[in-house]
Write a protein that binds this ligand. Structure first.
Ligand code: CR6
Length: 807
């Protein structure tokens, strides 16, 4: 029954949703639970999406268009309902329709699981790219793995991180379409023999079937809908019936279990190599299925495999899919009868590779015996590529024995290993970094010799974020205010946000802008009160550091400074302190001891400070559990200050930094990653930059610097480090943080002590600016106005024109 006051379209939609509920879910409106309403709403909305999806596919086909293939082991897409509703501009209509049924759209949006098929920035970047590809009307496929258990759920037990499986598929997944017809054979192990006509024949010892699951990716205004194709592993022979009937039930199902294990879990590692055989299996599994799919589509549409680079651009998101280079070579030479050299030309012209880190521990390499055992044919191909590569290198002036060793696909120092970054580099016509500084460092450090050999190959593509999710959807208050001020153009082209700049000087506008921020802070405070019993003062500065927990990101710097501030507030209660709320959130890799200890320390510090009447409302600290995309969407619009304080040279780009600034937070940050470009866009006066530069870090590390040098010179720092080390915050276990603090005193690899005074001074500059609310508001508005450049539409436009040749 619908209310007579509802509009005609809303009434029609409501009856369509009820129809879906009855005929698809098998429940009536009385019996339906929230999850049933969610599914019914998605299924109903899906019909329109499917029509646009098929139309998009047909259009690309009719035009004989070149397609972009984005291969990524991670897609951190988060929830999709609000994204689809908002991009199709159906929000109000659906909310109204559901209201007539007594259902609150916001409530059912909230129970949609957060699809966390990724660890952090790299996976979220892939999701933003998928959205921008569709928004720019570029035919594209994302290829990845349909993990049954994505990123773990983080619980805090007595402040310690506990990892629990996240079961995002528990209620089924109304967004996905299983494509049984798109299934491929993926082999492992076995042996390679030579055929009579001199070709190679690989007989794998085991094989699994890769089955496609497609999810529609809706672009802005629904112009185009692209496909995210995720692979699921299945046994060819799910049950051995003879074995089962003979009473060996487990043995009969062992093949299926083994296959399913392959796509069961996402490796919870961020910038550290997993090193497990299963990880290499996952990488080959999804690479092989994807490359087979791409080759099949090309042959079906265009006939001749030699034209592949004209019709397909394959982008490797980090080295995780790098084995694709060898896989395409295998298909071209073993099945499509191309000569090795011809196959190599096709391969290089087709692939592009994006590097996302310079951290040595994150540069993937596989022990040669493992690689050879699992992928014997690919090992031969890697050797053949290497021979060609090193012959080419030897001809170039200035390349000596050392350089040859660095260029080689095989690391010969110690245990021999296959270097995936070198394979990806050699097999691609384009190799890009993700921020200007990062790209320059690639040329100077890890890829210096490969860069010397191929000086035109490395290029920069500074990361971006989709302004649909990270402004329009997560911050409707600000979005509406912007529309009123500068019209609707910015929704289609974020660069148009510059029209906002003059409003920075308009006091009345600044007031409304501040009111939006305050409302977002109140909403977050309410949420955190319900979720964790926190009481926050919405008039305090909301100072936020949310991201994966990693020593190079220096959450510890934030914590040590918090302790120092706490001490200052207590020692000088007469001063005019600026009330602050310090929010931390993030997950630690399960095997990363220090990262987990940092989480515990955040909790211990919070417990002590929040209970101290001497600081009252002046300082509150919280570690919010289970950071994920949905939580980021809540926190970012409410932030005043964005902490981007990595050791210079270590954060390739960062993308959280962009989200905060786009939502009007001011950044306190180092000259690292994309912070530098943010500074260039928002202006030096509207960002708080501090700390050592890359060159100064290198200089210090080379000069025998120790943390104690800096600690001895800074009373505040010494006090804070000593307090933490001596157990002031861990009376139950006074020695808990001694090792962590000794690390700062002894080597201070991450330059925490070296940067401390500069950081603390920058924080006091933040306080001073906050005290001048006009100046703060002006800076905040100018941040929003100047962040349009960081739209992933701009990034994708650059990839499309300069790497893929599709625009
Ligand atoms: N951890 C970088 O560290 C960058 C993203 C996306 C990272 C981060 O600075 O913004 O990629 N690297 O380019 C890897 O994951 C290897 C990341 O997310």
């Amino acid at each position: 029954m619908t209310e007579p006051t509802a509009s005609a379209p809303a009434r029609a939609l409501a009856s369509a949703i009820v129809d879906t509920l009855v005929h698809r879910i098998g429940k009536d409106a009385q019996a339906a639970r929230p999850h049933d309403w969610l599914a019914a709403t998605i299924f109903t909305l899906r019909n329109e999406i499917i029509e646009r999806w098929m139309e998009s596919t047909k259009r690309a086909h009719a035009a004989g268009a070149k397609r972009v293939y984005y291969l990524s082991l991670e897609f951190l897409i988060g929830r999709l309902l609000r994204d689809a509703l908002s991009n199709l501009r159906h929000n109000d209509e659906v909310a109204e329709a559901l209201a007539t049924l007594g259902v609150d759209l916001a409530e059912i949006e909230e129970i949609e699981p957060d699809a966390a098929l990724g660890n952090g920035g790299l996976g979220r970047l892939a999701a933003c790219f998928m959205e921008s590809l569709a928004s720019l009307d570029l035919p594209a496929y994302g290829y990845g793995i349909r993990y049954v258990n994505g990123m773990f759920r983080q619980r805090l037990d007595d402040g310690w991180q506990v990892e629990l499986p996240e079961n995002w598929l528990a209620h089924g997944n109304p967004w996905e379409f299983e494509r049984r017809e798109s299934a491929y054979f993926v082999g492992f192990g076995g042996e390679v023999t030579a055929t009579a006509d001199g070709r190679s024949h690989w007989s794998p010892a085991e094989a699994v079937e890769a089955v496609a699951y497609d999810t529609p990716m809706v672009g802005w205004r629904g112009k185009r809908v692209n496909t995210l194709r995720l692979w699921n592993a299945r046994a060819f022979d799910p049950i051995k019936l003879d074995q089962f009937n003979a009473g060996d039930f487990e043995g009969a199902l062992a093949g299926q279990t083994r296959a399913e294990t392959l796509t069961r879990v996402l490796y919870p590692n961020d910038s550290t190599a997993a090193g497990q055989e299963l990880r290499l299996r996952q990488e080959y599994f999804f690479s092989s299925a994807s490359i087979q799919d791409i080759v099949r589509r090309h042959i079906q549409y265009f006939g001749d495999i030699r034209t592949l680079p004209d019709k397909a651009a394959i982008q490797l998101n980090d080295t995780h899919p790098a084995v694709s280079v060898a896989e395409l070579m295998r298909l071209l030479t073993d099945f499509h009868e191309l000569s090795f050299d011809a196959a190599w030309d096709v391969t290089r012209a087709t692939f592009g590779y994006t590097n996302h880190t310079l951290l040595p521990e994150a540069l993937e390499s596989w022990p040669l015996p493992l690689f050879e055992r699992l992928l014997p044919r690919h090992m031969q191909i890697v050797y053949a590529i290497n021979a060609k590569l090193l012959r080419e290198a030897a001809k170039v002036e200035g390349i000596d024995g050392r350089a040859i060793a660095a260029i080689s696909l095989i690391d010969e120092g110690g245990e021999r290993r296959v270097r995936m970054a070198n394979l990806a580099f050699a097999g691609s016509h384009s190799v890009n970094g993700v921020a200007a500084l990062h790209t320059e460092l690639m040329k100077k450090t890890v890829f210096a010799d490969l860069h010397h050999l191929y000086p035109d190959r490395i290029n920069n593509k500074t990361n971006g974020i989709t302004p649909r999710r990270w402004l329009q959807q997560c911050n409707p208050g600000l979005t509406n205010l912007l529309s009123e001020a500068i019209g609707e153009d910015f929704r289609d082209d974020a660069a148009k946000l510059t029209a906002l700049a003059p409003f920075a000087d308009d006091a009345a506008f600044r007031e409304r802008f501040a009111a939006v921020k305050r409302a977002n802070k109140v909403a977050l405070a309410d949420y955190l009160k319900d979720a964790m019993g926190l009481r926050l003062n919405p008039d305090a500065i909301f100072d936020v550091q949310i991201k994966r927990i990693h020593e190079y990101k220096r959450q510890l710097l934030g914590l040590v400074e918090t302790v120092a501030l706490y001490d200052q507030i207590r020692s000088h209660p007469e001063r005019d302190w600026t009330p602050r709320v310090k929010l931390f959130a993030g997950k630690a890799a399960s095997s990363y001891h220090n990262a987990k200890l940092i989480i515990k320390l955040a909790g211990d510090i919070a417990k002590r400070i929040n209970a101290d009447p001497a600081v009252g409302d002046l300082l509150k600290v919280a570690f919010v559990p289970n950071y994920n995309v949905s939580l980021a969407e809540r926190i970012i619009p409410a932030a005043d200050l964005s902490e981007q304080i990595s050791t210079a040279g270590m954060e390739a780009s960062g993308t959280g930094n962009m989200k905060f600034a786009l939502n009007g937070a001011l950044t306190i940050g180092t000259l690292d990653g994309a912070n530098i470009e943010i500074k260039d866009h928002v202006g030096d006066a509207n960002i708080f930059i501090f700390g050592l530069t890359v060159d100064e870090v290198a200089e210090k590390r080379g000069s025998g610097y120790r943390g104690t040098d800096a600690i001895d010179r800074s009373a505040e720092l010494a006090q804070a480090v000593n307090a933490i080390a001596s157990g002031v915050f861990s009376p139950d276990d006074p020695a808990r943080y001694r090792g962590l603090m000794d690390g700062i005193r002894d080597h201070d690899w991450f330059m925490l002590a070296a940067d401390f005074d500069a950081y603390a001074a920058a924080q006091r500059a933040v306080d001073a600016r906050w005290g001048m609310s006009d100046a703060w508001g002006r800076s905040a508005v100018l941040n929003v106005a100047n962040m349009g450049w960081f739209s992933s539409d701009r990034t994708i436009g650059e990839y499309a024109r300069q790497i893929w040749g599709v625009m």
